[in-house]
Design a protein. Structure first.
Length: 373
């Protein structure tokens, strides 16, 4: 009986070698196909040349390592038996359906890393010198897949037309709840609760009521700044400024449970937000604002740059700051599909009509205005 530490290659008999070749062949194909899927998502969906290039290099390194494990490609091809493979008849309920680009990426990530692990183990038996390379490729694939998965966000966001920022101090004629209800009645498809000065316990109670109002009205709810409050209140998302919790930290806390809004002030910050998996970007400031004054304005040129940049225009946006029924049309003319407002609705005697007038100023929505990213 051979010692456990003896050369296992000597234990492979003539019938086992073709079977080992089939294992190598199947997993090389599986890993390469999965990496190519991730590569094409990075290339065509995220339009990220660097990420696509990294995945391509990893795929080619895999092919090189595979050729060392199986030095005779003809023998490997001859061992293939796709029609007679019993694994063809084994499937799960989810294999025949994908909900989004994100779900495609997650499935490809699992296939790639699992196949690489099989190849690494086989290499330890058949070509020990290449096993460390395959281990490194597996860890590289983990990292590249992580980048891709994060950049894709939740995969459930949409392009909202009008988000009303609810701040009690700005509600001069009605309670904040009445303003929220009337904004929903007027056609707002998203509300954001912005109350940075409230104590945590009071904020949580208000956020719970706010989220309930939005759910009842069939629209999306965001909580400003506080991912923890958004989660506890059952809101749909959290919106973060440049000085708030970093997007990656918020995502590690909330996962896919919350939509992630970010407010980048420049096109460079917007690209970074897209890479970080923002589900929506607040693009601004567009115009001078009495609610939240800014030292400088990014203006409509920033919006045009955002809409023309392939890295950012796939991410839904809400142009913000100083927008009212008199200038909302200029946002639409610059390519904007959605806006965020506060004083124009919160400070109105008739929030429902104010909401309707804003939507009218934006113009008739097109199919592209409501499409999911």
């Amino acid at each position: 009986m051979p010692h456990p530490d003896s050369d296992d290659k000597a234990c492979l008999n003539a019938s086992q070698k073709p079977r080992l070749a089939r294992v190598v062949d199947a997993n090389l194909n599986r890993a390469a196909e999965a990496l190519r899927t991730l590569e094409d998502i990075a290339r065509f969906f995220l339009v990220d040349a660097d990420h696509s290039s990294d995945l391509k290099r990893t795929r080619h390194a895999l092919i090189t390592a595979g050729s060392i494990i199986s030095t005779d490609p003809l023998a490997r091809a001859a061992s293939r038996d796709a029609q007679g493979d019993p694994g063809r008849e084994i499937s799960t309920l989810t294999e025949g359906h994908r909900e989004s680009i994100r779900s495609i990426a997650l499935a490809a990530e699992a296939r790639a890393t699992q196949a690489l692990r099989v190849l690494e183990e086989v290499a330890k038996l058949h070509a020990p010198n290449v096993a460390p390379d395959l281990e490194q490729l597996r860890y590289t694939s983990y990292t590249l897949a992580q980048r891709l998965t994060i950049a894709l966000g939740t995969g459930t966001s949409q392009q909202w037309r009008l988000c009303v920022l609810i701040t009690e101090a700005a509600c001069t004629h009605h309670s904040w709840e009445a303003v929220a209800e009337r904004a929903i009645a007027g056609g707002a498809d998203c509300l954001q609760l912005r109350e940075p000065a409230l104590p945590d316990r009071t904020l949580l109670s208000r956020a719970e009521r706010f989220a309930h109002l939005c759910r009842s009205g069939g629209i999306t709810s965001f909580i400003n700044n506080r991912a923890d409050i958004a989660l506890l209140a059952g809101a749909d998302g959290v919106h973060l400024g440049q000085n708030d919790l970093p997007p990656l930290a918020a995502r590690s806390l909330a996962g896919a449970s919350l939509l992630l809004g970010v407010s980048p002030a420049t096109i460079e910050q917007a690209r970074a937000a897209a890479r970080a998996g923002a589900d929506v970007c607040g693009v601004g400031p567009m115009f001078p604002s009495t609610t939240k004054p800014k030292n400088s304005l990014a203006g409509l040129e920033y919006l045009r740059a955002y809409m023309s940049d392939p890295h950012t225009n796939r991410v839904p946006h809400l142009a913000s700051s100083g927008i009212n029924r008199r200038n909302a049309h200029s946002v639409a003319e610059a390519g904007g599909r959605g806006i965020a407002v506060c004083a124009e609705v919160c400070g109105s005697e008739d929030p429902s009509t104010a909401t309707q007038l804003l939507l009218d100023s934006l113009g008739t929505p097109t199919a592209a205005d409501s499409e999911h990213p």
